[in-house]
Design a protein around this ligand. Structure first.
Ligand SMILES: Nc1ncnc2c1ncn2[C@@H]1O[C@H](COP(=O)(O)OP(=O)(O)O)[C@@H](O)[C@H]1O
Ligand SMILES: [Mg+2]
Length: 190
């Protein structure tokens, strides 16, 4: 099973087999792992996401970072550049809207958009990862495009069951700097 869509199906099945309790425990464990990262100490602006489709839920991490006074951002689909994301300052409880993929996102407000180059750490969702730091997403290439020239830290968040032995890699795939799972942290590049 080496084709990208076959791996996506396999990994999405793996993570969707987790119970709500397992998801909850995984989210808390991964938050603890991530909060131990030395790279986070100096970071002030961090992008996260809202969990969808069995993704590891960053909410406990988001709450902890926001509680520590950090600026947290969420992605929104770019309104006119196809395939790109914008990152917007987010405060818990603010009004959300469903985008065309049915994923909740903050309502677009240009005053809250932060340029990608001003973000210290981007936590990305993913469908599968491997032990070389390759990342497979849902197939839209949104993070690859939006982070193509990004120099900051790209941290994958995932369940351990989403690890694949060796992902096929494309020239445009943005590699992960490190990956955080409930079991631990793997570093690839800084
Ligand atoms: N930086 C980029 N520039 C142009 N097209 C891109 C870029 N990154 C990704 N794409 C396109 O997006 C599509 C999906 O990318 P893929 O890496 O398969 O998705 P994902 O990263 O979500 O798994 C590909 O067909 C690819 O051509
Ligand atoms: Mg990709």
């Amino acid at each position: 099973m080496t084709d990208r869509n076959g791996i996506r199906r396999w990994a999405r099945q793996q993570r969707s087999a987790l119970s709500p309790t397992e998801q909850d425990q995984a989210a808390k464990a991964a938050a603890q792992q991530a909060l131990g990262l030395t790279e986070l100490a100096g970071a002030t602006t961090l992008a996260l996401y809202l969990a969808n489709d069995g993704e590891l839920d960053p909410q406990p991490l988001l709450d902890a970072l926001a509680g520590a006074g950090k600026t947290v951002l969420l992605p929104v689909l770019h309104p006119f550049v196809p395939g790109h994301l914008l990152f917007m300052r987010y405060q818990r409880g603010e009004a959300m809207t469903l985008n065309r993929f049915g994923i909740p996102e903050p309502q677009l407000d240009v005053r809250k958009v932060v340029p990608v180059s001003d973000i210290d750490v981007v936590f990305t969702p993913l469908v599968a990862f491997d032990d070389a730091g390759h990342r497979l997403g849902m197939g839209g290439g949104f993070y690859d495009r939006s982070l193509a020239s990004y120099q900051g830290l790209v941290v994958g968040l995932a369940h351990d069951c989403q690890q694949h032995p060796a992902l096929p890699v494309a020239s445009w795939d943005k590699p992960l700097s490190l990956i955080v799972t409930p079991k631990g942290i793997k570093r690839f590049r800084s």
